[in-house]
Design a protein around this ligand. Sequence first.
Ligand SMILES: Nc1nc2c(ncn2[C@@H]2O[C@H](COP(=O)(O)OP(=O)(O)OP(=O)(O)O)[C@@H](O)[C@H]2O)c(=O)[nH]1
Ligand SMILES: [Mg+2]
Length: 346
Amino acid sequence: MNEENGSNSLIDFGLAEDKSKNIIKVIGVGGGGCNAVNNMYDEGIVGVTFAACNTDSKQLSHVSVPVKLLMGESGLGAGGNPEKGKEEAEYSHEAIRKLLSDGTQMAFVTAGMGGGTGTGAAPLVAKTARDMGILTVGVVTLPFYFEKKRKIKKALLGVMEMKRNVDALDSPLMYGNDIHKAKKILFNIYASDKAPIFVREMQEIDEFFDQLDPNIEVIWGIATDNPLEDDVKVTILATGMEDALNEQRYNGDNAGKGDVIDDEYLESVISLLYKPMKKEIPSIPEDNKNAADGEDEEPQLIIEGGPDEPAVVEEEEKQPKENPLLRRMRTWILNSRITKTLLAEE
Ligand SMILES: Nc1nc2c(ncn2[C@@H]2O[C@H](COP(=O)(O)OP(=O)(O)OP(=O)(O)O)[C@@H](O)[C@H]2O)c(=O)[nH]1
Ligand SMILES: [Mg+2]
Protein backbone atom coordinates (compact mmCIF):
# COMPACT_ATOMS: atom_id res chain seq x y z
CA MET A 1 0.00 0.00 0.00
CA ASN A 2 1.09 3.46 -0.70
CA GLU A 3 0.02 6.08 1.82
CA GLU A 4 1.88 8.89 0.13
CA ASN A 5 -0.56 9.08 -2.82
CA GLY A 6 -3.36 10.10 -0.50
CA SER A 7 -5.54 7.05 -1.13
CA ASN A 8 -7.47 5.67 1.85
CA SER A 9 -8.69 2.61 0.04
CA LEU A 10 -7.73 -0.77 1.34
CA ILE A 11 -6.65 -1.92 -2.08
CA ASP A 12 -4.16 0.32 -3.77
CA PHE A 13 -3.03 -0.54 -7.25
CA GLY A 14 -0.38 2.17 -7.28
CA LEU A 15 3.14 1.23 -8.31
CA ALA A 16 5.04 -0.27 -5.41
CA GLU A 17 8.62 0.81 -4.99
CA ASP A 18 11.03 -2.05 -5.66
CA LYS A 19 12.99 -2.10 -2.42
CA SER A 20 14.89 -5.24 -3.40
CA LYS A 21 17.21 -3.24 -5.63
CA ASN A 22 18.75 -1.66 -2.55
CA ILE A 23 19.69 -4.98 -0.98
CA ILE A 24 23.06 -5.24 -2.71
CA LYS A 25 25.25 -2.19 -3.01
CA VAL A 26 28.56 -1.97 -4.82
CA ILE A 27 30.69 0.83 -3.46
CA GLY A 28 33.76 2.02 -5.32
CA VAL A 29 36.37 3.79 -3.20
CA GLY A 30 39.14 5.92 -4.69
CA GLY A 31 39.99 6.38 -8.37
CA GLY A 32 40.28 2.70 -9.32
CA GLY A 33 37.25 1.68 -7.26
CA CYS A 34 35.12 4.43 -8.78
CA ASN A 35 36.26 3.43 -12.28
CA ALA A 36 35.18 -0.13 -11.54
CA VAL A 37 31.67 0.83 -10.36
CA ASN A 38 31.37 3.30 -13.20
CA ASN A 39 32.08 0.56 -15.74
CA MET A 40 29.52 -1.72 -14.09
CA TYR A 41 26.97 1.08 -14.03
CA ASP A 42 27.60 1.95 -17.69
CA GLU A 43 27.26 -1.72 -18.62
CA GLY A 44 23.74 -1.53 -17.23
CA ILE A 45 24.14 -4.22 -14.59
CA VAL A 46 20.77 -4.49 -12.86
CA GLY A 47 19.62 -5.68 -9.45
CA VAL A 48 22.23 -3.75 -7.49
CA THR A 49 22.80 -0.12 -6.61
CA PHE A 50 26.12 1.63 -7.04
CA ALA A 51 27.89 4.30 -5.07
CA ALA A 52 31.14 6.12 -5.81
CA CYS A 53 33.23 7.44 -2.91
CA ASN A 54 36.34 9.50 -3.44
CA THR A 55 38.35 12.27 -1.82
CA ASP A 56 39.02 13.76 -5.25
CA SER A 57 36.16 16.03 -6.35
CA LYS A 58 37.43 16.36 -9.91
CA GLN A 59 37.55 12.60 -10.43
CA LEU A 60 34.17 12.21 -8.78
CA SER A 61 32.60 14.76 -11.12
CA HIS A 62 33.47 12.53 -14.09
CA VAL A 63 31.72 9.49 -12.63
CA SER A 64 28.29 8.77 -14.08
CA VAL A 65 27.07 6.72 -11.08
CA PRO A 66 24.30 8.92 -9.60
CA VAL A 67 25.13 8.27 -5.94
CA LYS A 68 28.44 9.95 -5.16
CA LEU A 69 30.09 10.79 -1.88
CA LEU A 70 32.94 13.23 -1.59
CA MET A 71 34.82 12.13 1.50
CA GLY A 72 36.71 14.69 3.57
CA GLU A 73 37.00 18.42 3.22
CA SER A 74 39.69 19.18 0.71
CA GLY A 75 38.33 17.53 -2.42
CA LEU A 76 41.92 17.22 -3.60
CA GLY A 77 42.51 13.49 -3.19
CA ALA A 78 44.78 11.78 -0.72
CA GLY A 79 47.99 12.14 -2.73
CA GLY A 80 48.98 8.50 -2.38
CA ASN A 81 48.86 8.71 1.42
CA PRO A 82 46.62 6.04 3.00
CA GLU A 83 46.66 7.86 6.35
CA LYS A 84 45.16 10.88 4.63
CA GLY A 85 42.60 8.64 2.89
CA LYS A 86 41.63 7.15 6.23
CA GLU A 87 41.31 10.58 7.88
CA GLU A 88 39.07 11.84 5.10
CA ALA A 89 36.85 8.78 5.43
CA GLU A 90 36.69 9.25 9.20
CA TYR A 91 35.60 12.84 8.62
CA SER A 92 32.75 11.55 6.45
CA HIS A 93 31.86 8.61 8.66
CA GLU A 94 28.27 9.76 9.19
CA ALA A 95 27.76 10.30 5.47
CA ILE A 96 29.04 6.77 4.79
CA ARG A 97 26.57 5.40 7.34
CA LYS A 98 23.77 7.35 5.66
CA LEU A 99 24.77 5.98 2.27
CA LEU A 100 24.32 2.48 3.65
CA SER A 101 21.09 3.19 5.52
CA ASP A 102 18.80 2.52 2.57
CA GLY A 103 18.08 -1.13 3.26
CA THR A 104 21.47 -2.39 2.09
CA GLN A 105 22.02 -5.93 3.33
CA MET A 106 25.11 -6.83 1.38
CA ALA A 107 27.91 -4.49 0.38
CA PHE A 108 30.76 -5.04 -2.04
CA VAL A 109 33.51 -2.56 -1.32
CA THR A 110 35.86 -2.30 -4.24
CA ALA A 111 39.12 -0.38 -4.51
CA GLY A 112 42.46 -0.35 -6.26
CA MET A 113 45.01 -0.72 -3.49
CA GLY A 114 48.23 1.25 -3.61
CA GLY A 115 47.04 4.87 -3.65
CA GLY A 116 45.83 6.97 -0.73
CA THR A 117 42.04 6.88 -0.86
CA GLY A 118 41.28 3.29 -1.77
CA THR A 119 44.00 1.92 0.52
CA GLY A 120 43.15 4.09 3.51
CA ALA A 121 39.42 4.68 3.16
CA ALA A 122 38.08 1.38 1.79
CA PRO A 123 38.79 -0.51 5.06
CA LEU A 124 36.88 2.17 6.94
CA VAL A 125 33.94 2.03 4.52
CA ALA A 126 33.93 -1.76 4.95
CA LYS A 127 34.11 -1.47 8.74
CA THR A 128 31.21 0.97 8.76
CA ALA A 129 29.12 -1.45 6.71
CA ARG A 130 30.00 -4.44 8.84
CA ASP A 131 29.34 -2.56 12.07
CA MET A 132 25.84 -1.90 10.68
CA GLY A 133 25.30 -5.65 10.36
CA ILE A 134 25.70 -5.64 6.58
CA LEU A 135 27.35 -8.66 4.98
CA THR A 136 30.48 -7.02 3.65
CA VAL A 137 32.71 -8.31 0.87
CA GLY A 138 35.90 -6.58 -0.24
CA VAL A 139 36.99 -6.79 -3.87
CA VAL A 140 40.40 -5.25 -4.35
CA THR A 141 43.20 -5.17 -6.86
CA LEU A 142 46.90 -5.02 -6.15
CA PRO A 143 49.10 -2.71 -8.21
CA PHE A 144 50.63 -4.01 -11.41
CA TYR A 145 54.21 -5.18 -10.96
CA PHE A 146 55.47 -2.22 -13.00
CA GLU A 147 54.09 0.09 -10.32
CA LYS A 148 56.98 -1.16 -8.20
CA LYS A 149 57.46 -2.50 -4.73
CA ARG A 150 56.99 0.65 -2.68
CA LYS A 151 53.44 0.93 -3.92
CA ILE A 152 52.83 -2.81 -3.73
CA LYS A 153 53.90 -2.88 -0.09
CA LYS A 154 51.61 0.03 0.69
CA ALA A 155 48.82 -1.85 -1.06
CA LEU A 156 49.49 -5.06 0.89
CA LEU A 157 49.22 -3.20 4.20
CA GLY A 158 45.88 -1.83 2.97
CA VAL A 159 44.75 -5.33 2.02
CA MET A 160 45.60 -6.60 5.49
CA GLU A 161 43.60 -3.78 7.01
CA MET A 162 40.76 -4.59 4.62
CA LYS A 163 40.85 -8.24 5.65
CA ARG A 164 40.22 -7.26 9.25
CA ASN A 165 37.06 -5.42 8.27
CA VAL A 166 35.22 -7.68 5.83
CA ASP A 167 33.37 -11.04 5.96
CA ALA A 168 35.13 -12.63 2.79
CA LEU A 169 37.90 -10.66 0.95
CA ASP A 170 38.02 -11.46 -2.69
CA SER A 171 40.53 -10.69 -5.37
CA PRO A 172 41.70 -12.98 -8.11
CA LEU A 173 45.16 -11.65 -7.40
CA MET A 174 45.18 -12.33 -3.71
CA TYR A 175 45.14 -16.08 -3.72
CA GLY A 176 46.97 -18.94 -5.26
CA ASN A 177 44.26 -18.37 -7.87
CA ASP A 178 43.35 -22.00 -7.94
CA ILE A 179 39.63 -22.26 -8.43
CA HIS A 180 39.90 -26.00 -7.79
CA LYS A 181 40.24 -25.20 -4.13
CA ALA A 182 37.27 -22.84 -3.98
CA LYS A 183 34.73 -23.71 -1.32
CA LYS A 184 31.86 -21.62 -2.62
CA ILE A 185 30.89 -20.33 -6.02
CA LEU A 186 28.26 -17.79 -6.88
CA PHE A 187 27.57 -18.18 -10.52
CA ASN A 188 25.27 -16.35 -12.93
CA ILE A 189 24.69 -16.85 -16.63
CA TYR A 190 23.30 -14.12 -18.83
CA ALA A 191 21.80 -14.79 -22.25
CA SER A 192 19.45 -12.93 -24.54
CA ASP A 193 15.87 -13.98 -25.31
CA LYS A 194 17.00 -14.43 -28.89
CA ALA A 195 19.60 -17.06 -28.01
CA PRO A 196 18.73 -18.77 -24.74
CA ILE A 197 20.98 -21.32 -23.05
CA PHE A 198 20.72 -24.86 -24.42
CA VAL A 199 20.82 -28.04 -22.36
CA ARG A 200 23.98 -29.01 -24.25
CA GLU A 201 25.60 -25.86 -22.92
CA MET A 202 24.48 -26.63 -19.40
CA GLN A 203 26.33 -29.93 -19.79
CA GLU A 204 29.47 -27.96 -20.55
CA ILE A 205 28.88 -26.17 -17.29
CA ASP A 206 28.60 -29.57 -15.60
CA GLU A 207 31.98 -30.52 -17.04
CA PHE A 208 33.49 -27.33 -15.70
CA PHE A 209 32.11 -27.96 -12.22
CA ASP A 210 33.21 -31.61 -12.35
CA GLN A 211 36.78 -30.34 -12.17
CA LEU A 212 36.16 -28.50 -8.93
CA ASP A 213 36.03 -29.70 -5.36
CA PRO A 214 33.04 -32.12 -5.21
CA ASN A 215 31.98 -30.57 -1.91
CA ILE A 216 31.81 -27.08 -3.36
CA GLU A 217 28.74 -25.03 -2.52
CA VAL A 218 27.23 -23.56 -5.66
CA ILE A 219 24.58 -20.89 -5.89
CA TRP A 220 23.59 -20.04 -9.42
CA GLY A 221 21.04 -18.32 -11.57
CA ILE A 222 20.17 -17.35 -15.12
CA ALA A 223 19.23 -13.84 -16.18
CA THR A 224 18.19 -12.19 -19.41
CA ASP A 225 20.50 -9.65 -20.99
CA ASN A 226 19.18 -8.86 -24.44
CA PRO A 227 22.05 -6.65 -25.69
CA LEU A 228 24.21 -9.79 -25.59
CA GLU A 229 22.36 -11.10 -28.67
CA ASP A 230 24.18 -14.34 -29.62
CA ASP A 231 26.71 -14.12 -26.81
CA VAL A 232 26.53 -15.42 -23.29
CA LYS A 233 28.08 -13.75 -20.29
CA VAL A 234 29.14 -15.52 -17.12
CA THR A 235 29.79 -13.93 -13.76
CA ILE A 236 31.68 -16.03 -11.24
CA LEU A 237 32.41 -15.15 -7.67
CA ALA A 238 34.56 -17.84 -6.10
CA THR A 239 35.56 -17.80 -2.46
CA GLY A 240 37.37 -20.04 -0.03
CA MET A 241 40.48 -20.39 -2.18
CA GLU A 242 43.88 -20.71 -0.60
CA ASP A 243 45.02 -17.38 0.62
CA ALA A 244 48.66 -16.75 -0.23
CA LEU A 245 48.92 -14.13 2.48
CA ASN A 246 47.65 -16.43 5.19
CA GLU A 247 49.59 -19.41 3.91
CA GLN A 248 52.78 -17.44 4.08
CA ARG A 249 51.94 -16.17 7.51
CA TYR A 250 51.25 -19.56 8.99
CA ASN A 251 53.72 -21.71 7.09
CA GLY A 252 56.59 -19.41 6.29
CA ASP A 253 59.44 -18.06 8.35
CA ASN A 254 57.06 -15.63 9.97
CA ALA A 255 54.86 -18.41 11.31
CA GLY A 256 53.77 -17.72 14.85
CA LYS A 257 54.83 -14.09 14.80
CA GLY A 258 51.27 -12.95 15.19
CA ASP A 259 50.59 -9.58 13.62
CA VAL A 260 54.20 -8.60 13.02
CA ILE A 261 54.41 -7.21 9.51
CA ASP A 262 57.95 -6.37 8.61
CA ASP A 263 59.62 -5.66 5.31
CA GLU A 264 60.91 -9.19 5.04
CA TYR A 265 57.39 -10.51 5.38
CA LEU A 266 56.08 -8.14 2.71
CA GLU A 267 58.92 -9.13 0.37
CA SER A 268 58.06 -12.79 0.81
CA VAL A 269 54.39 -12.14 0.08
CA ILE A 270 55.31 -10.19 -3.05
CA SER A 271 57.42 -13.07 -4.33
CA LEU A 272 54.44 -15.38 -3.77
CA LEU A 273 51.89 -13.16 -5.44
CA TYR A 274 53.93 -11.83 -8.32
CA LYS A 275 55.40 -14.96 -9.81
CA PRO A 276 57.31 -13.96 -12.93
CA MET A 277 55.82 -15.19 -16.16
CA LYS A 278 58.66 -16.92 -17.93
CA LYS A 279 58.37 -18.02 -21.50
CA GLU A 280 61.28 -20.42 -21.38
CA ILE A 281 61.10 -23.13 -24.00
CA PRO A 282 63.51 -25.97 -23.24
CA SER A 283 65.18 -27.57 -26.22
CA ILE A 284 67.95 -30.04 -26.97
CA PRO A 285 71.06 -28.24 -28.23
CA GLU A 286 72.14 -28.99 -31.83
CA ASP A 287 75.27 -30.93 -30.76
CA ASN A 288 73.27 -33.21 -28.53
CA LYS A 289 70.23 -33.78 -30.69
CA ASN A 290 71.03 -37.47 -30.96
CA ALA A 291 72.25 -37.88 -27.40
CA ALA A 292 70.17 -40.17 -25.25
CA ASP A 293 67.60 -38.08 -23.38
CA GLY A 294 70.20 -35.42 -22.46
CA GLU A 295 69.50 -35.96 -18.79
CA ASP A 296 72.70 -34.26 -17.65
CA GLU A 297 72.21 -31.25 -19.88
CA GLU A 298 70.82 -27.94 -18.74
CA PRO A 299 67.70 -27.03 -20.78
CA GLN A 300 68.53 -24.38 -23.37
CA LEU A 301 66.52 -21.40 -24.42
CA ILE A 302 65.60 -21.03 -28.07
CA ILE A 303 66.32 -17.53 -29.28
CA GLU A 304 63.44 -16.45 -31.46
CA GLY A 305 64.49 -15.83 -35.07
CA GLY A 306 67.73 -17.82 -34.61
CA PRO A 307 69.32 -19.73 -37.50
CA ASP A 308 68.19 -23.16 -36.29
CA GLU A 309 65.02 -24.79 -37.35
CA PRO A 310 62.42 -24.05 -34.74
CA ALA A 311 61.87 -26.85 -32.28
CA VAL A 312 58.49 -28.46 -32.47
CA VAL A 313 56.95 -27.62 -29.16
CA GLU A 314 53.63 -28.77 -27.92
CA GLU A 315 51.21 -25.88 -27.83
CA GLU A 316 50.62 -26.54 -24.14
CA GLU A 317 54.29 -25.94 -23.27
CA LYS A 318 54.46 -22.72 -25.23
CA GLN A 319 51.81 -21.02 -23.19
CA PRO A 320 53.05 -18.75 -20.44
CA LYS A 321 51.98 -19.59 -16.94
CA GLU A 322 48.89 -17.65 -16.07
CA ASN A 323 46.10 -17.45 -13.59
CA PRO A 324 44.59 -20.97 -13.60
CA LEU A 325 41.15 -19.50 -13.00
CA LEU A 326 41.37 -17.49 -16.19
CA ARG A 327 42.89 -20.43 -18.06
CA ARG A 328 40.04 -22.69 -16.96
CA MET A 329 37.51 -20.14 -17.97
CA ARG A 330 39.19 -19.65 -21.31
CA THR A 331 39.23 -23.38 -21.97
CA TRP A 332 35.60 -23.46 -21.16
CA ILE A 333 34.85 -20.44 -23.27
CA LEU A 334 36.50 -22.08 -26.27
CA ASN A 335 34.07 -24.95 -26.00
CA SER A 336 30.98 -22.86 -25.95
CA ARG A 337 29.58 -19.71 -27.40
CA ILE A 338 30.51 -17.74 -24.33
CA THR A 339 32.60 -14.91 -25.61
CA LYS A 340 32.46 -12.51 -22.75
CA THR A 341 33.46 -13.32 -19.22
CA LEU A 342 33.19 -10.99 -16.34
CA LEU A 343 35.33 -11.96 -13.39
CA ALA A 344 35.80 -9.97 -10.25
CA GLU A 345 39.08 -8.68 -11.59
CA GLU A 346 38.24 -7.93 -15.24
N1 LIG B 1 42.80 -1.96 -13.46
C1 LIG B 1 42.74 -0.69 -13.04
N2 LIG B 1 43.46 -0.36 -11.97
C2 LIG B 1 43.40 0.93 -11.54
C3 LIG B 1 42.62 1.91 -12.19
N3 LIG B 1 42.78 3.07 -11.52
C4 LIG B 1 43.62 2.81 -10.51
N4 LIG B 1 43.99 1.51 -10.52
C5 LIG B 1 44.87 0.82 -9.55
O1 LIG B 1 44.57 1.31 -8.26
C6 LIG B 1 45.75 1.80 -7.64
C7 LIG B 1 45.38 3.01 -6.80
O2 LIG B 1 45.07 4.08 -7.68
P1 LIG B 1 43.81 5.02 -7.44
O3 LIG B 1 42.59 4.22 -7.19
O4 LIG B 1 43.75 5.99 -8.57
O5 LIG B 1 44.25 5.75 -6.12
P2 LIG B 1 43.28 6.41 -5.04
O6 LIG B 1 42.71 5.35 -4.20
O7 LIG B 1 42.32 7.30 -5.74
O8 LIG B 1 44.29 7.22 -4.14
P3 LIG B 1 44.72 8.79 -4.23
O9 LIG B 1 44.53 9.23 -5.64
O10 LIG B 1 46.14 8.75 -3.79
O11 LIG B 1 43.85 9.50 -3.28
C8 LIG B 1 46.71 2.08 -8.77
O12 LIG B 1 48.03 1.92 -8.34
C9 LIG B 1 46.34 1.04 -9.81
O13 LIG B 1 47.04 -0.16 -9.56
C10 LIG B 1 41.86 1.53 -13.33
O14 LIG B 1 41.15 2.33 -13.94
N5 LIG B 1 41.95 0.20 -13.70
MG1 LIG C 1 42.63 9.29 -6.56
